[in-house]
Write a protein that binds this ligand. Structure first.
Ligand code: PLP
Length: 222
């Protein structure tokens, strides 16, 4: 794997205003360092302990995005240093982030994770649950959480039309909640969709943040 070459190749395909999150889960820190030396500063991890170890060992100016399913009892460990929690899928989790972030006098940027894909196993809020969470309004009183956009994963299928239609559903939903809840909030502007296999389609469908692992670091060894 030539990590630096892979990174460059992906960067070339991304418009300047799309953020690349290098998904480094299950890859050793030496490989992250190679990406870092090529200029990459945003990394995505999905396990709290692995993230903690890498955060300890690697340079301070890395922005760590937590992209996995986050259990409420793990929030306290990552809140002191994480740059963004991408996959918030319940009010309960949002409340816990608020509580822990307040202790550290921080405002933690988060994305709400949508469940649009067909697979039953995926986490995330249905569109209706997301509407309900936002309409309920408790989040407005949370001073240590900043909801900055939406995140989702398309179905793991080969059918490009299916993938495209899921991304477009996410984009339309983003426009709806932007209009209904965040019209005056400039921070709400992130659309995190697109992974190794589908990020070019995602970008065509309005993604502003892609999370790419395998195409940078090669296959993960679990
Ligand atoms: C692992 C993971 C990715 C990266 O997947 P690749 O196919 O390796 O690019 C992106 N997003 C989430 C939420 C992930 O868990």
């Amino acid at each position: 794997m030539n990590i630096q070459k892979n990174l460059l190749h992906i960067k070339e395909q991304l418009p300047d205003d799309v953020t690349l999150v290098a998904v480094s889960k299950f890859h050793p820190k030496e490989e992250l360092l190679q990406a870092y030396e090529a200029g990459q500063r945003v990394f995505g991890e999905s396990h709290e302990q692995e993230l903690a170890a890498k955060h300890e060992a690697l340079p301070d100016d890395i922005k760590w995005h937590f992209i996995g399913h986050l259990q409420t009892n793990k929030v306290k460990y990552i809140v002191p240093y994480v740059s963004m929690i991408e996959a918030v899928d319940s009010l309960r989790l949002l409340r816990e982030i608020e509580k822990q972030a307040a202790k550290h006098d921080r405002v933690v940027p988060v994305l709400l994770e949508l469940h649009i894909a067909q697979e039953a196993t995926k986490y995330g809020l249905t569109l209706d649950d997301c509407r309900t969470l936002l309409a309920d309004g408790e989040w407005r009183s949370m001073e240590h959480v900043s909801i900055q956009g939406l995140m989702m994963m398309a179905s793991f299928v080969d059918d490009e039309a299916q993938i495209r239609s899921e991304f477009l559903t996410a984009k339309a939903f983003f426009d709806e909640v932007k209009r209904d809840f965040f019209a005056d909030d400039d921070r709400f502007r992130i659309r995190s969709w697109g992974m190794s296999d589908d990020f070019p389609i995602a970008v065509e469908c309005g993604s502003t943040m892609v999370r790419v692992g395998t195409s940078i670091f090669g296959p993960r060894v679990y």
